[in-house]
Design a protein around this ligand. Structure first.
Ligand code: SF4
Length: 353
């Protein structure tokens, strides 16, 4: 194990302090920041804007490789790449890049990156490979930032950029609140990577107190909530977190969020055949969400070996959407991406054990 600080964990002010200790002028911190976040350099030797002695000192003082890509898988259509990273303590996490073809996605050509916030997860959602794995530890802010910079560097070589970042990989982002927000702020820094706050989405199981805190901070970051059931009895069975944050408590926090921020919430809904994909469930959901500025993103369940539920068929998905929309709740049915490369949450890391 390496005890040196990971370079991506440093704030700009930490970098200034380090340079002061090394007897270097403050502007060197800006040069390092630009090298890291605008040139995508990630080894001391690449910092051609610094004297050789300082590059050597940085290499001695800091860790540059605390996140090692050890395996990657591309989907058969070449549009999805999943990378398995090993952390300095040998824990495994993963991040997935999804490319959206401009011709089929309203000319946008999105490059959406789904990143992890924890190694494992304590929330135990039964349909999720990470939940089945259990919690190992929180990621540091630098380990979250480094996933983004890895893909940013890769896309840069193809003259492309990450366009959207979703915290929907391994882990519950609001369970690691401070590190997640520190990572977002660092990536958002206009003197660094300058990634717009509105292009981040945090996906949470719905920790009500954290939704309220997030609302109070009035960030521009998008909020998505994994709901998956319209009744507590059903949600308790698939999402143990519901026992502490039941649907009423969760939706009260959602109303508070919308009141504070005037921002729309997305509800994620994994369509599970015969469990939560019926018209009756859609009607119950619509009555729960009535009056809340929101949108439902329904996606057929990603299969995992530890859960026997199956994905909804196309017809049931269409009926579910139509029922919600008749009741005034906008709904989109999303495609599943990267099934052939186990791109569902936690599936690559689980299969590597
Ligand atoms: S779905 Fe998200 S919150 Fe639930 S167990 Fe998986 S990683 Fe954790």
């Amino acid at each position: 194990m390496n005890d040196k600080p990971f370079i991506y964990d440093l704030e700009h002010s930490d970098m200034m302090s380090l340079l002061e200790e090394l007897g270097e002028p403050a502007y060197r911190a800006d040069q390092i920041w630009q090298g890291l976040y605008q040139q995508y350099w990630n080894t001391p030797d690449e910092f051609s804007n610094l004297p050789k002695t300082l590059r050597e000192q940085l290499g001695q003082a800091l860790q540059f490789e605390a996140l090692k890509p050890i395996k990657y898988l591309d989907s058969s259509d070449g549009q999805t790449r999943k990378t398995l990273f090993q952390l300095h303590d040998k824990r495994l996490i993963e991040a997935v890049l999804m490319k959206y073809d401009p011709s089929t996605h309203k000319g946008q050509g999105r490059r959406t990156l789904c990143i992890s916030s924890q190694a494992g997860c304590a929330m135990g959602c039964v349909f999720c490979a990470t939940g089945q794995m259990g919690f190992m530890r929180h990621l540091t802010s630098g380990e979250i930032v480094a996933q983004v910079m890895y893909y940013a560097r890769m896309l840069h070589t193809e003259d492309e950029n990450v366009t959207n970042i979703v915290l929907m990989g391994m882990g519950e982002p609001f369970h690691n609140y401070d590190n997640v927000m520190a990572a977002i702020d660092r990536l958002n820094d206009s003197d660094g990577y300058n990634f717009g706050a509105r292009r981040f989405t945090i996906s949470t199981v719905g920790l009500a107190s954290k939704i309220r805190q997030f609302a109070d901070e009035k960030r521009q970051v998008n909020l998505a909530i994994s709901l998956h059931a319209a009744e507590d009895e059903e949600r308790d069975k698939i999402m143990p977190v519901n026992k502490r944050n039941n649907i009423s408590k969760l939706l009260e926090a959602c109303h508070y969020y919308v009141d504070q921020t005037s921002r729309r919430i997305t509800f994620e809904w994994a369509l599970i055949s015969g469990v939560n994909d019926t018209e009756e469930v859609a009607r119950k959901l619509a009555s729960r969400l009535k009056g809340l500025m929101c949108h439902v993103n329904a996606i057929p369940l990603n299969p995992t070996t530890g859960y026997e539920g199956h994905a909804t068929n196309r017809q049931s998905a269409a009926k579910f959407k139509a029922t919600l929309e008749q009741a005034g709740i906008p709904c989109t049915i999303r495609m599943r991406r990267g099934i052939d490369i186990q791109a569902g949450c936690g599936q690559l890391a689980v299969s590597s054990f």
